[in-house]
Ligand binder design. Sequence first.
Ligand SMILES: Cc1cc2nc3c(=O)[nH]c(=O)nc-3n(C[C@H](O)[C@H](O)[C@H](O)COP(=O)(O)OP(=O)(O)OC[C@H]3O[C@@H](n4cnc5c(N)ncnc54)[C@H](O)[C@@H]3O)c2cc1C
Ligand code: FES
Length: 385
Amino acid sequence: MAVELHALTISGVTRETSDCSSFELSVPTGLAAQFQYRAGQHLTFSLPCEGAEISRCYSLSSCPELDEPMEIAVKRVEGGRASNWMNDRLRVGDSIRASVPQGRFVLDPDTRSGRPLFLFAGGSGITPIISLLKSALATTKRPISMLYANRDRESIIYGAQLDRLVASHPGRVELRHHLDCDRGHLRASDVRAMIHDADIAEFYLCGPEPFMELIERTLVASGAHEERIHIERFVSPADRERKGEAEIETFDAPEAFSLWLEGRSRTVPYIRGKTLLECAQAVGLRPAHSCQSGFCGSCMAHVKTGKVHMRTHEALSDKDVARGVTLLCQSVPAAAEPLEVDGDSTSFRAASAVRSSFGKRASQLAAGAVFAFMVAGTLILRLVH
Ligand SMILES: Cc1cc2nc3c(=O)[nH]c(=O)nc-3n(C[C@H](O)[C@H](O)[C@H](O)COP(=O)(O)OP(=O)(O)OC[C@H]3O[C@@H](n4cnc5c(N)ncnc54)[C@H](O)[C@@H]3O)c2cc1C
Ligand code: FES
């Protein structure tokens, strides 16, 4: 099933740096409800580059709680198709096709105070991070520390906006800029120097892969809990002409699999050749998803029992794969044994994990109550007779 796209209008273009522009997006009134979003989410765009339609994700840098116009910022990638096309071609008044907002790189709505929040951005990774920063400032009292790494001062995106946010929230944000031109690449000691209360804090990382690897490793070594380290990977899909021949899977598969969604387990018949996402959609379920190509991470789930094969998994690190994280849009069963997949709770997606564990507890309690009621009913009937 293709991603559903809607026409949005470019209502503003700002040159943020020599190689990055931001684009304000205007949503038709009739679609306002569908385009409600949470800080940290992204849109998947379909772009007409060089005669072909290509898909790319861009995170929203605006903040929903501040009623700002929806905005993305796109940094040129050397040799990149979409990022250069958007910077060169998009003008105010142009129409652009995008999916509704998706993504799990969001704040846990239950963490309103206390737990320190650490934000790490590198280069264009600032887009979801500044959205999270604005949202946390507007809706919580959490202490916030942020590190933003760039090549040099001229590469800093949203520099003036960051300065304004810090100045207008005295004592709330500790913002550090790291410039490679002054101090070389970020080191573990730079990360250690800024963190405190690692065992209770939450961390959000978005930037180049080596930057995030260094930070994640340092955080874990400093006592941070892996499930509180949230990572957004900015990757491109393999465009049609870059892909090889589609692989035909010849795995054994169970007749059906179990899928946890919104705190309930559903039995989904497996349709050979289809992904777990497609099978779930075929029975009317709506697991979160966006790109359907394995690069945005919106459809992450956790394999609890059984085996799956992923056709591609750019959105996941090797570590994610090793701990059983899977992408529903890319997974097919890889063995006949029973397969149980948790679409709510990937260990590092706090918001959905909270909902899901609550739902599961609720359904366990409900099941217990029904059982107790049946036992009591049987006893009463025996006594009556
Ligand atoms: C959830 C998410 C959110 C994102 N948010 C943002 C954001 O807010 N801002 C932002 O700027 N980016 C963001 N990105 C990244 C963005 O989606 C694109 O990946 C990025 O703009 C590069 O796309 P491109 O088409 O310009 O480059 P591509 O054409 O995909 O090229 C990428 C690299 O691959 C190389 N390449 C090109 N052709 C080939 C080939 N045939 N074989 C091998 N290599 C090749 C290019 O030279 C280039 O170095 C996000 C990504 C994700 C998944
Ligand atoms: S929907 Fe994007 S990775 Fe599955």
